[in-house]
Ligand binder design. Structure first.
Ligand SMILES: *Cc1c(COP(=O)(O)O)cnc(C)c1O
Length: 476
């Protein structure tokens, strides 16, 4: 007891620590108040530990602990992560990474004033939609276009404007839940229209739609079942036949595509994802999709279609509630320009990932393996599959080469390693499957390779007791 008291007495004072060189640096970097609080906490923790029988830390150790606390406090909550899951459009991880050009566009526009709603030629109020409408029409053949905050908003807005108080006919096979609480029947109810389900889960014919049409019907709705597949004895009605039927009865046809795939997905060894330009050509009056799924841009909703229908949508009061932000608009325009210049495959990150050659991915996995093995870490390349994710092309996969760490070759349980990787200052998200921790190079941006390998070495070195390299990055 007396010895503890002696140790407690020997602890430096708050003032002493703050007067030191490191203490002064902390004040300079974080403010006096923050440094003071951290140093106090550090000393209080040391006191508690000494009472529990721990040795007295040195002044340097106390300051290091304070610095560590301050670093954690300063760490942004929303931050960059490394996606090694092989799921290209990962909703939990923020969906599509933006292209360099899109990022620069955001930076240019957001740091100053812009002509967001100002028509420069006329010198008067303009429309924010004008910045992308012509581009969208050029790329898809649509007559008119509008943009919203996301596709869920686009669906809600369009149904509210075109069908509130009236009936909307939809196939039972398309009453889908997208995830994150977006259920098509709920959104339809919220928009004030009445849902009329036709057909069965696996088969809906044109005659089913026809039989449901009456004087209360406003539109026929097609929803792309984007996150599941029904296979076997199935039948769905082609969009062009639905358009013809709708128009014969003076009704509208709306197509919620979900993904917004402007490139032919079958060129990349995938199934065919329906494209907005196909829906327009088939005669849909309103087509909507997300900006951050296969379009590869920012979170946004795109509405395309005939000028009259879109005019009605634009005038609805909800339009103001779901309007797109200027930073999003800048990123969306830059993303669309990649398609206009026919460079989407090489410039838009998700299309670079989709089109990455198997040989190139294999060579990255092999080079990761070699670097880890040089440091005594047992890893091997292994064949596997990447997925598109984000409610696009369900069931479709791309062959890939993974880096695999076997449970038996790692000095801790795999979920412990996965957790440590997640808790780094740049978190790394991985997959664990059948006793292996798997990392897919396809979704790791090339400039992140070095950091990823460094992280694995640090986490595995520390545990195996080999000399570790402490870096400021290695925060937990
Ligand atoms: C993803 C999806 C939505 C929702 O789009 P968000 O941009 O996420 O709001 C709506 N409908 C379908 C068919 C989808 O796949």
């Amino acid at each position: 007891m007396n010895m503890d008291q002696e140790q407690l007495r020997l602890l430096p004072s708050v003032d002493e620590l703050l007067q030191s060189h490191t203490g002064q640096q902390l004040i300079h970097q974080y403010s006096r108040a923050m440094a003071l609080r951290a140093v106090r906490t550090s000393i209080a923790q040391a006191r508690a530990q000494i009472r529990n029988g721990a040795p007295r830390p040195s002044s340097e150790e106390l300051l290091m602990a304070a610095e560590h606390m301050l670093e954690l406090l300063q760490r942004p909550n929303l931050r960059l992560v490394i996606n090694a899951t092989g799921v290209i459009i990962n909703t939990n991880l923020g969906r599509a990474p933006l292209s360099q050009e899109a990022l620069q566009a955001v930076q240019r526009v957001a740091g100053g004033y812009s002509n967001l709603e100002y028509a420069l030629e006329a010198g008067e109020r303009g429309s924010r939609h004008a910045h992308v409408a012509a581009l969208l029409c050029e790329l898809t053949g649509a007559e008119a276009a509008l943009v919203t905050n996301n596709n869920a908003a686009a669906v809600l807005l369009a149904l509210s404007a075109l069908a509130a108080g009236r009936e909307v006919v939809i196939s039972r096979g398309q009453l889908v839940e997208i995830g994150g609480g977006f259920r098509v029947p709920d959104v339809m109810r919220q928009s004030g229209c009445q849902l009329v389900e036709v057909g069965t889960t696996n088969r809906t014919r044109l005659s089913d739609y026809q039989a449901a049409i009456n004087e209360r019907t406003a539109l026929l709705l097609s929803v792309h079942p984007s996150n599941f597949q029904i296979t076997g004895f199935t039948e769905s009605t082609p969009l062009s036949a639905m358009a013809e039927l709708a128009h014969q009865h003076g009704l509208l046809l709306m197509d919620d595509l979900g993904s917004g795939c402007l490139l032919a997905s079958e060129r990349y060894g995938l199934g065919h994802e329906p494209m907005p330009q196909e829906s327009i050509a088939a005669g849909a009056d309103v087509v909507c999709f997300s900006g951050d799924k296969l379009l590869g841009g920012p979170q946004a909703g795109v509405l395309l279609g005939n000028a009259e229908a879109l005019e009605r949508i634009a005038r609805h009061p909800l339009m103001r509630a779901v309007r797109i932000d200027k930073m999003t608009l800048a990123a969306l325009e830059a993303t669309l320009r990649h398609y206009q210049r026919d460079e989407a495959e090489t410039h838009i990150p998700i299309w670079r990932m989709i089109s990455a050659s198997p040989a190139k991915i294999a060579s990255r996995a092999t080079s990761w393996t070699a670097k880890l093995q040089q440091h005594g870490i047992k890893a091997r390349p292994q064949h596997g599959e990447s997925t598109i994710g984000g409610g696009s092309l369900p069931g479709d996969t791309l062959p890939t080469t993974l880096l695999a760490l076997d449970a038996g070759d790692v000095p801790m349980p795999l979920d412990e390693l996965a957790k440590r990787l997640r808790l780094r200052s740049t978190p790394i998200i991985v997959r664990i499957l059948r006793g292996k921790l798997l990392l897919d190079p396809r979704t790791v941006l090339e400039e992140q390779d070095k950091e990823l390998l460094q992280a694995l070495m640090e986490e595995l070195w520390e545990e195996s007791g080999l000399p570790q390299k402490i870096t400021a990055q290695n925060e937990r």
